[in-house]
Design a protein around this ligand. Sequence first.
Ligand code: ARG
Ligand code: ZN
Length: 879
Amino acid sequence: ITIYRQDYTVPPFLVDHIDLTFDLGPSVTQVKATTRLRHNPESESHDIVLYGEALELVKIVMNGKTLAKSDYATDNGELRIANVPDDVTLVVDTLIHPDQNTSLMGLYLSNGNFFTQCEAEGFRKITWYPDRPDVMATYTVTIRADKEKYPVLLSNGNLVETGDLPNNRHYAVWDDPFRKPSYLFALVAGNLVCREETFKLADGRDVLLQVWVEKNNLDKTAHAMESLKHSIRWDESRFGLELDLDRFMIVAVSDFNMGAMENKGLNIFNTRYILANPRVATDTDYANIESVVGHEYFHNWTGDRVTCRDWFQLSLKEGLTVFRDQEFSADLTGSDSGRAVKRIEDVRTLRQLQFPEDAGPMAHPVRPDAYQEINNFYTVTVYEKGAEVVRMYQTLFGRDGFRKGMDLYFSRHDGNAVTCNDFLAAMADANGRDLSQFERWYSQAGTPRVRLESHYDEKERTLTVSLSQFCPPTPGQTEKQPFLIPFAIGLLDSKGNDMPLRLKGGKDSGTSCILELSDASQTFTFVDVAEKPVISALRNFSAPVILEYEQSDDELLHLLSHDSDHFNRWEAGQRLAARRLVSLTKAVQDGQPLTLDTAFADAFRTVLSDTSLDAALRELALTLPSEMMVAERLDEIDPHAIHQARQFMRRTLAEKLEKEWRDAWDRNRTEGTYRPVPSDAGKRALKNLALSYLLALDNPVYCQMAIEQYNRADNMTDRLAALTSLVHSGCMNRHPEAKALLDDFYREFENEALVIDKWFSLQATSPHAGIETITTLMEHPAFTLKNPNRARSLIFGFCHNNMAQFHAADGSGYEFWSKNLIELDRINPQVAARLARCMDQWKRYIPSLRKPAEQALRHVSEQPLSRDTREIIEKTLSA
Ligand code: ARG
Ligand code: ZN
């Protein structure tokens, strides 16, 4: 069944308050829900509609009277009580079975402890309830459980009572005074310990901050706590938003479908976004923890205080909150180049993951119009493109204008469930702008292409810039209307300096300005342009579009060495590399000899040796576009040709710049104890990139160097980088020592689940790891499909991040995919549906791969499947 955005109707009944009582047991948990409902004057219907899934209903009592089966109708997960009076109290008794819940939605067990995940529609696996985000209630939650096995009992809000019960049981009562939808409900019970601190808010109030984990992980909670404190401070100072609770809790759980969840006052996290110390976590882990802790904390305002009216509006909270966490991480770097590094990383993710989504069978607008399973729409489009849409308001109105819009949004909607259009209206009204055209960013799918053409008139000293836009069709949307595109631009003179800008008939606009492209095509004229400039277009990636602008190698080289916009310096390097990777791929396909020009290698050499540039920026500039990025630029995807082309380029750059790479490896060692700060992390990144280039040379000296780095390392970043480089290079076959390191690593970290995930994934992504290697790893005692992190590390690592091997000519990779997808779907539909997405691009594969790909897809579609996986497979096959 498909649900449509247009079919939205208001809820017939609203809930004022719900009392929940849990008698926890792993195999049977009793749930008693007492709900006060009130007719919604805006609704014509007088039916109460409750949702439920996998529940054992014991009884329903309405206004004191037990309902008979004939008093209500159940159909497809809906329970309807018709013609109900205006005010009712409903008591619903149900039994649930946490130990049988492998979907990790609703109430489930992880390492013997109880956890919940309710977004989007998990609450209906706990009790019958109007489980929709526009029904907001206050909650009182009583938890009863065995005292020894479950000493810690947590839920949202404030702890109001605890005590003992007969039979070694105890209880806790929690009260959440803030009205919230059921998707923000949470419960945690088990044997956990916490790091806690009292923290002073800007208004002087003291709040209690806690990070709860299993006992053996307490030594990995410091960074999460630091990140939480930074988040609180940042939201106070940048947006004037304060923590509204006396207590804020974070809990880490090792079995979790997604990254983390913003339940009011009780955020629940995948352990991988909480646990860190130098021994087990990499710089990337540290950075991810900071941003995800920020993300969930920022949801307290953008998500919890103001929530979504319906799930089509998901990007209202997700796009906005991703934008906020991006800005948080950028601000925390404390420097302009740090901001640029963050921006480059975010755009890289967008291009690598969202652009293909927007061009594939699952393409959908930031605010989707229809879905079968909402969990399939927690996508890079809703999150990352949604964040770009929010960023464009800030680009158009400036930080101050954006802040005004935010303030108006909260003053209008605090405590309510609203829509993307409400957010747009607040931005428009606060800044006195008509933004009706801007709404198309929410309603139209697909990545717009912007073509730039320019003409310099030497005599008139004018530069005309013509911009035109076009958005390709996407499933269900053939015709698109023009978008409002903020297009940032700058002009460089021949020395590489920014030229002053003045638009015809306008004022001086500094050295960077925003052109607003709103028609299908438009021309802008700059006057007093002293010489023919090199155009720096779409600075800082001011809009989520594909720029089509032919620039010569010379122009790109000029930008790469001089652009004051760091983002575009990086971009110029990527364009130079991508251009060559595309022609190299074609050369591989045609059996032509492969060559790389000196000018390009020299440009890379210059960047590598330019010590005036931060190491982190150099590392980004010298990292070649991924195989996926190259695939994006080709009409037909030949994974092996792409892989060979990229390997050739890496090896050639390694040869030509060998001395410089050695120097970079030597000179970017960090001194003293490990610190996960941007400056040190940047050095490590550059050093380890140098190492991976050097290992492409097949020289035993460098294998030895990597082995030594591994043995000397006092932190996971350097250790993992050395091991990965070794495993992915030719060293493994040549050096018995190198092979031994894999076993050594396993033994050393056997008890650190997150590190064992890394162990699986570094092997699964190796270009040498064929299907036999993967099959052997699947049989390893530490492998299990039941734990999402583990399943992802090996299976997604192979199917998603190992292009060369997954697309084996005999179709064995696709067979592996279908077999595991079917098995995983019976355990965990949500994770399976993600795995299903690996085949998004199959129609663009070369013909010899298209056939086995289609076979694998058809085979899956013939099985009984969850709604989640069924939706993906059908869309993938039919598009
Ligand atoms: N709201 C969470 C976040 O972005 C994501 C939860 C998604 N969970 C799910 N089962 N779809 O922070
Ligand atoms: Zn979120």
